[in-house]
Design a protein around this ligand. Structure first.
Ligand code: C5P
Length: 237
């Protein structure tokens, strides 16, 4: 099977290390990428990241760093000791913070790709206004995404809704990593706007992040394989 241009990342959002590691054993051999978020990292720390990497997975560490440039750069240097390939930071931290992070990654972990988070999807127009931000969420996403790319970030996290505008504004180069994905027919949970794996891939996602449709599946291996098949389907016109 040739490597798909859009890859699947499992969001390993489970309460503890043992459940997470046990779960991975049920996903079969085709899953390559795992996202570890704040919940498990704050509970089990770097050892958990190493335990998942020891099972052969590539790791997306979703810590959404946001602090003064020196602190973020130092954190990137510390994290570069870990077997991780993707790491998030907030573009709202500003160009100087992002450039410091990019430089730290280049010096200590040249294969580590930093991903910028723009506007959290939990934030709407009213939430932005509360922060004295008059831009619409989409205007702000595009603004922050451009800032991130100009600062040297190789990629961004964005919703599937934002894929078309970001590909138009930024071209094919940046990695676009997209959550809020639901295979056709599966529960949407509290995600308000969902996109199928195939649609996200066709709209330019480099990676899709999928949690509960796999975590809650009766047969997780089958859920993974169905999504991978969907990612390989040719475009329908
Ligand atoms: O279970 P589900 O597929 O909804 O999980 C999606 C993952 O992507 C979760 O880890 C969630 O925190 C993350 N995420 C998201 N929406 C964003 C950013 C991240 O759902 N805008």
């Amino acid at each position: 099977m040739s490597k798909p241009s859009c890859q699947l990342i499992l969001a390993l959002d489970l309460p503890d290390q043992q459940q997470a590691l046990n779960f991975l054993d049920k996903t079969g051999g085709q899953l390559q990428w795992v996202k570890i978020g704040l919940q498990l990292f704050t509970k089990h720390g770097p050892d958990f990241v190493k335990a998942v990497a020891d099972k052969g997975y590539k790791i997306f560490l979703d810590l959404k760093l946001h602090d003064i440039p020196n602190t973020v750069a130092s954190s990137v240097k510390s994290l570069s000791q870990l077997p991780i390939e993707l790491l998030t930071l907030h573009t709202a931290g500003g160009s100087e913070m992002m450039r410091a992070a990019v430089q730290a990654a280049q010096e200590t972990a040249p294969n580590l790709k930093l991903l910028g988070v723009t506007v959290l999807t939990s934030m709407d127009e009213a939430g932005l206004q509360e922060l004295s931000i008059s831009q619409s969420p989409q205007e702000r996403v595009v603004h922050l995404a451009k800032l991130g790319v100009e600062a040297g970030l190789p990629g961004l996290v964005c919703s599937a809704l934002e894929l078309p505008v970001l590909r138009k504004e930024l071209g094919p180069s940046p990695l676009l990593v997209t959550p809020g994905i639901r295979p056709a027919g599966s529960a949407t949970d509290e995600q308000k706007r969902v996109t199928t794996p195939k649609d996200a891939a066709q709209q330019g996602a480099s990676f899709i992040v999928v949690g509960r449709p796999i975590l809650k599946a009766q047969d997780p291996q089958n859920a993974v394989e169905t999504i991978l098949t969907d990612l390989h389907l040719p475009a329908t016109i």
